[in-house]
Design a protein around this ligand. Structure first.
Ligand code: ADP
Length: 245
């Protein structure tokens, strides 16, 4: 019957999420064990620091994977609040910089004006982290990540641009589908952009992705402006871009 079909699809989805997570964590633990099982190497200070850095990155991957899965749980209630997107971004700056490390430059063009939204802030941050994690994975040899946030009458427009490897036509077609990933086992679950799309839809916003192979990818997100702040009209606000981070 239809109900049984839906039930078996759900079970299959849970199985895929669990095995994706198991792969992720196996990989992460492998990396940590690899660094930790060469005690001789730790006699050299730089080697020890590199190893610790590697362990930290692996642990961060684990933390992001867990937050993604928690974000998927439907029982978790959204608690929308009024906040300024610029403030949320500024608060996340140390974490973003940590995720990018030394080789990726972070550039932020944030409006001079407040960017009010009414959203669940944890969900907003998780969506940003998913996009940022993808940008990091797309720039293994380094590059630049530019984050723009500007008001546009009734909206807040966000742009996340990387100078990474870009997407194949196939990836562009399927990127929002749950479990679509081009990453090797353990590095991708294919749930990141599906979760971002879910968040944007729930917020009654829109999302669009532009990507060119070997040039880079830009994710555009438009969110409804929240009440609670005065939203200036674009005529006297969009001009004042400045680099904050
Ligand atoms: P995952 O990161 O686990 O693979 P996502 O849903 O976040 O899952 O992304 C799906 C796929 O879309 C990725 O595997 C990758 O092929 C492509 N993709 C997403 N973001 C980018 C990006 N910034 N640059 C290049 N490819 C990307």
């Amino acid at each position: 019957s239809q109900a049984m079909l839906v039930q078996s699809q759900k079970i299959e989805a849970v199985g895929r999420v669990s095995s994706g997570l198991a792969h992720d964590f196996n990989n992460i633990l492998g990396v940590i064990m690899g660094y930790a099982s060469k005690p001789d190497a730790f006699e050299r200070h730089e080697v020890a620091l590199d190893s610790l850095e590697g362990i930290k990155l692996a642990a961060q991957r684990g933390a992001i994977a867990i937050r993604r899965i928690l974000g998927l749980g439907r029982k978790q209630l959204s608690t929308p609040e009024a906040f300024d997107v610029r403030v949320a971004i500024a608060d996340m700056q140390p974490l973003i910089q940590q995720i990018f490390g030394q080789r990726i430059a972070l550039v932020a063009d944030l409006s001079d004006q407040p960017l009010p939204v009414h959203l669940d802030r944890a969900e907003f941050e998780l969506a940003m982290l998913n996009i940022i994690g993808n940008a990091r994975d797309a720039m293994p040899h380094g590059g630049t990540f530019t984050l723009k946030a500007v008001p546009d009458s009734e909206h807040v427009d966000l742009q996340f641009a990387d100078t990474g490897q870009g997407m194949s036509p196939e990836a562009r077609e399927h990127l929002f589908e749950p479990f679509f990933t081009t990453k090797s086992a353990g590095l991708g679950s294919g749930l990141g952009l599906a979760a971002v799309k879910h968040f944007v839809d729930k917020a009654r916003g829109s999302i669009r992705v532009e990507s060119a192979e070997n040039v880079g990818t830009t994710v555009h997100i438009r969110l409804p402006a929240g009440a609670g702040f005065h939203v200036p009209s674009p005529t006297h606000s969009v001009t004042g871009l400045r680099v904050l981070l």
